[in-house]
Design a protein around this ligand. Structure first.
Ligand code: GLU
Length: 519
């Protein structure tokens, strides 16, 4: 980075077009802008580029803002927060584009182009067939002044094109990621600044806004690399200072193709709805093209903001790896602690209707109240599944058995496998007797010690009994730790479930007898 840009206050912007949801690539661009601003003690701006009236919607804007906030990003200027350089919606900035156009008109730096889209397309096609296409052929640049003023006075629709100098050096800029980039001037044509309907083109509006907002670094996806020389020419025409550019390499799917919906990678909110933690997703997205030290994969947003630099941003495309994201997420779950985990799980418990002390489906209000009133109980769930749940979506069904009343459904396969031995009904009855003793302190170590005596006395393998108890208590032969689960569901429910399982086991034993006893 050159000396000048370091001395200038750092002002960066994320400038999404609200033509769709915030996706992985956009979110990574936002994160790098944010981290760079925070690292440099600069300003992070959110600007909504909503000039495409057909595809931009307020719903998309709202969704982008929600997604950024969910990821934990905050902006110093922009929608909802204001700032001295607003408004921050391009549709509210049209007068500034008009003023810039006026300046260019007065200085003979633009000219009206009356060519219709159909004419342009036809000329382009014929030039392409001769492999001779160099952009716009400048036919309107050569119209004589009288004709131009007559057509303008008659109100004929026209676009305004930049009158590029006929001679110009190749365009050279220092990209903070890619290094020096040179684009031959011969590849440039008289680009449109303002369309015939009066709307600014993206390149024109972006330059005016970046300049008016005193943006020091333009950090964006490398799909905009081809726009940069055009924007530099607009800066030059307007006599404005060119910011530093940093283009971010693209993100590929596992098949090596540019990441898209085909790869299942959809919106940021879709990842939220699949049970990813915002901190984990932010961490993973930061890794798509940047590294802390080449070996540390797990770091906090604070560490990212304290260490972000372009020196560690890769020029090579990054590959989006869903397994790695899931690994990062499960690492966060393992390390986040009970308090944060229950906070994150609350919406999932709400939508599953799971509340301690309520049989059947609880409503969201009841879940919230129950969590508030029984915080310790909820937090005790965490160690049972911290090592098992990869996402919050995994966690909710994994713990639902802790909430069910006596109506807990036992998995049929598990019942057949673990409750069908002839000894099971008696063994379960023994467990009931032992646990139905008020002097047994209801704590998992005591419960375990008491129950371990049962197979010993009966002379059966512990596994035979504990598999059955597991199915009785958890509804499934695969479950989180058993004795902790018994403690959490409480004595009454535990006894009810063991009774129900003992009854089921007796029915199986009877039907097995029916089949095997010769009549
Ligand atoms: N609105 C553009 C986009 O969403 C922003 C490009 C830029 O950052 O200049 O791709």
């Amino acid at each position: 980075m050159d000396k000048l840009s370091i001395e200038k206050p750092v002002r960066v912007r994320f400038a999404p077009s609200p033509t769709g949801f915030l996706h992985i690539g956009g979110a990574r661009t936002a994160i790098y802008n944010w981290a760079f601003a925070r690292r440099m003690g600069g300003t992070f701006i959110l600007r909504i580029e909503d000039t495409d009236p057909e595809r931009s919607t307020p719903e998309n804007t709202a969704q982008i803002i929600r997604s950024l906030r969910w990821l934990g990003l905050d902006w110093d200027e922009g929608p909802e927060v204001g700032g001295d350089f607003g408004p921050y919606l391009q549709t509210e900035r049209f007068s500034t584009y008009g003023m810039a156009l006026k300046h260019l008109q007065e200085n003979d730096l633009v000219y009206p182009c009356f060519c219709t889209p159909e004419e342009l397309a036809a000329r382009r096609e014929s030039a392409l067939s001769k492999q001779d296409f160099h952009g716009y052929d400048r036919s309107c640049r050569h119209l004589n002044a009288d004709e131009v003023s007559a057509r303008l006075t008659a109100g004929e629709p026209c676009a305004w094109r930049l009158k590029l100098p006929l001679e110009h050096d190749d365009i050279v800029f220092d990209d903070a990621v890619y290094g020096q980039i040179t684009v031959p001037f011969s590849e440039m044509d008289d680009l449109i600044c303002v369309r015939s309907d009066g709307s600014p083109t993206y390149n024109f509006a972006a330059v005016i806004d970046d300049s008016n907002m005193q943006v020091s670094h333009v950090i964006r996806g490398d799909d905009h690399l081809s726009n940069t020389p055009k924007q530099i020419l607009i800066y030059e025409a307007l006599g404005l200072e060119v910011p530093t550019f940093a283009h971010l390499s693209m993100i590929l799917g596992a098949d090596g193709k540019r990441l898209s919906k085909r790869h299942g990678a959809t919106s940021i909110e879709a990842y939220r709805d699949e049970g990813y933690l915002s901190e984990a997703l932010l961490n993973y997205l930061a890794l798509l093209g940047w590294s802390l030290d080449g070996k540390t994969d797990i770091f906090s947003a604070q560490t990212l903001c304290e260490n972000f630099s372009f020196g560690r941003v890769s020029k090579n495309p990054a590959t989006f790896d869903n397994d790695k994201l899931t690994w990062v997420n499960s690492t966060y779950i393992k390390e986040m602690g009970a308090r944060a985990f229950i906070d994150a799980l609350t919406p999932w418990l709400e939508s599953a209707g799971l509340a301690y002390g309520i049989d059947g489906k609880a409503n969201a209000e009841q879940v919230k109240d129950s969590i508030q009133d029984n915080r310790d109980w909820y937090e005790a769930i965490y160690p049972l599944i911290a090592e098992r749940a990869k996402t919050l979506a995994d966690a909710a069904p994994m713990v639902s058995y802790l909430f069910s009343g006596s109506e807990l459904e036992m998995d049929e396969k598990s019942v057949q496998k673990c409750l069908s031995a002839a000894e099971i009904p008696n063994l379960l009855e023994s467990c009931i007797t032992i646990l139905d003793n008020p002097s047994l302190e209801w704590q998992h170590n005591n419960i375990e010690a008491a129950l371990r005596a049962v197979p010993e006395v009966a002379g059966v393998k512990p596994k035979l009994l504990f598999q059955a108890v597991r199915v009785a208590i958890c509804g499934n032969m695969v479950s989180p730790p058993l004795f902790e689960s018994i403690e959490l569901i409480g004595r009454n429910k535990a006894l009810a479930r063991l009774k129900k399982a003992a009854e089921t086991a007796s029915t199986i034993a009877v039907s097995v007898k029916d089949v095997t006893t010769p009549s």
